[in-house]
Design a protein around this ligand. Sequence first.
Ligand code: FE2
Ligand code: FE2
Length: 261
Amino acid sequence: MDRRKFLAYVGGASALAAMSANEKADALEQAMTDELENRVVKPAICTTFRREAGSEISKKPGQYFHMGHDPRLPRMSDKPTLLEFFEKRFGDASHLLQSARLAKINGLPEKIVLACLLHDISGRAFIKTDHGYFGAQLVEPYVDEEISWAIRYHQSLRFIPDEAVGYPYPEAYIRYFGEDFKPEPYIYEAAEYAKNHKWYMTSRQICINDVYSFDPNVKVSIDDFKDIIARNWRDPEQGLGYDNSPCAHMWRAMIFPNNFL
Ligand SMILES: [Fe+2]
Ligand SMILES: [Fe+2]
């Protein structure tokens, strides 16, 4: 950012001189954000859950960088299960619980209810961008292939309406991205592929049951889905993160989200 612009932003050279290094860094970040036309959220790889303001790791003499269990987060056991991640890492999971509840009310098969329950777990505690693909990878070794496939493609199908099966373009997306927003070409390509696949409707049902506005008075608990999880999800014996699966490191990243290395 241009130095003169930044000085004007903070109120002049003397105001800048009175700021601490942390305040300067925050002011610079804010100034750069304000310069952009669109709202930008910080890259969210494992940093969104209960990260306190001002808790950025800083190196002071005699202070080590953080490694291992983070005392600011609920401590995970040595053999974490999916339920434990819901309890200790996914934060407010209302969106997932409400979507799964709706799928249940709509009489959909257990596979689809579980797909709805898991469809946005990447965005909850791992990474937001390309959350369908990352979410599918997270669950792939532990569920029926149809479930992970549906989670992967809900990301692109979300943007493509299919009125014939009861899915209009989400009103929320007009508020989020504006009237004229068009997703990247890879989203159209993936949706086109998904539309011609035998599991299209499984993935489409995730979109149809994706609840954006729900009654805050209806409380749904993960306990309501314990039986469906037990029948359709395979927790590894060694615990999620420790089973050497292709995605074990992704679960570990959620166990230890603030490791320096
Ligand atoms: Fe999603
Ligand atoms: Fe969703």
